[in-house]
Each structure stands twice: as C-alpha cells, then as structure tokens.
Design a protein around this ligand. Structure first.
Ligand code: FES
Length: 161
C-alpha cells in the first residue's frame, strides 16, 4: 500500500525527482539534494530520506546520519511562522527567558516544538549579532528589538491569521 504522505505529496516528490535527475551524475550531491528536498517539503521526514536513498543509491543510514548531524536540516515539520528568541548572554541578562516563557505559555508549547495547528514553531537562538537591541525576538524575517514579554500576545495576533 502506498504511504499516505507519499500519496499526498506526489507533486513535491516529482519535483525532487526532477532535481535529482539533473544532479545524479555529479560528485557529492547529498548535501545539495537534502537542501533542495528541505526547500520543497519544509522538512525531511523518513519518507523523503528513503526516496533520496532509492533515487541516488546512497544508503539510508548515511542520509540519516547527515540529516541528524547538521542543524540546518530538520526531520520535524515546522510551523508556518518560526519564532526565535535570542538566549545569548546580552539578551538573557535583559530578560529574554521571560519572553520565551511568555511565548511558551501563550502558544502552549515547549521550546523546540510546533503548535498543533502548525502555525508556530518556537526556538531558542544563539547571539544574533545585534546585542545593542537586546532582548531580541525574531518572527520569520521580522526583528523585534528591546522586546518585552507583555507585548507577546499582541504580536502573536498579527501572525495568527
Ligand atoms: S545576545 Fe542576543 S543578539 Fe547578541
């Protein structure tokens, strides 16, 4: 029986196959293929890794090893909006943990998790290189400088629709 995920994402698998066909005979294609697959699917579940293995003849164990080693890859589906709270030193001393706790409470998820409706993923980040703006929160491409926990509900509303 065909796997439901594979069935539902047929066109994405087709797009990935086309990509693999174009790079198949080149050297060291794994990283770029995984990056492409993640761009297409948003994450790299086992079905996608298996497909890449079948199409490239790279053992699944090797693919899994690379996917889990590099933090740029994820095996879990992320939310539509990614929220990052900087827990670097400058942000931390200015209260970023409080912001994180408020987000966690409002979204009802822990750090690293995604809401059930797949709207938000909450992540902690290292120093973002803009410590003068501490504490910093980022949602997708939007930077929220000198963030305050009390502003969290209002800001989340903007992304909820
Ligand atoms: S510590 Fe947060 S931006 Fe540097």
């Amino acid at each position: 029986m065909q796997n439901e995920f594979v069935e539902a994402r047929k066109s994405e698998f087709e797009e990935l196959k086309q990509y693999i066909d174009t790079v198949k005979n080149s050297q060291g294609i794994l990283m770029q293929t995984l990056q492409k697959a993640q761009d297409i699917f948003g994450y790299l579940p086992l079905e996608v890794q298996q497909f890449i293995s079948d199409e490239t003849n790279i053992p699944l164990a090797d693919i899994y090893g690379v996917v889990t080693f590099y933090t740029q890859f994820t095996v879990e589906e992320k939310g539509k909006h990614k929220i990052g709270v900087c827990l670097g030193t400058a942000c931390y001393v200015k209260g970023s943990q409080e912001i994180m706790d408020k987000l966690s409470e409002e979204l009802n998820i822990k750090v690293g998790a995604t809401t059930d409706d797949k709207m938000f993923t909450l992540e902690a980040t290292r120093c973002l290189g803009c410590c003068g703006l501490a504490p910093v929160m980022i949602i997708d491409e939007d930077v929220y400088p000198k963030m305050e926990a009390k502003s969290v509900p209002e800001i989340l509303k903007k992304y909820s629709n």
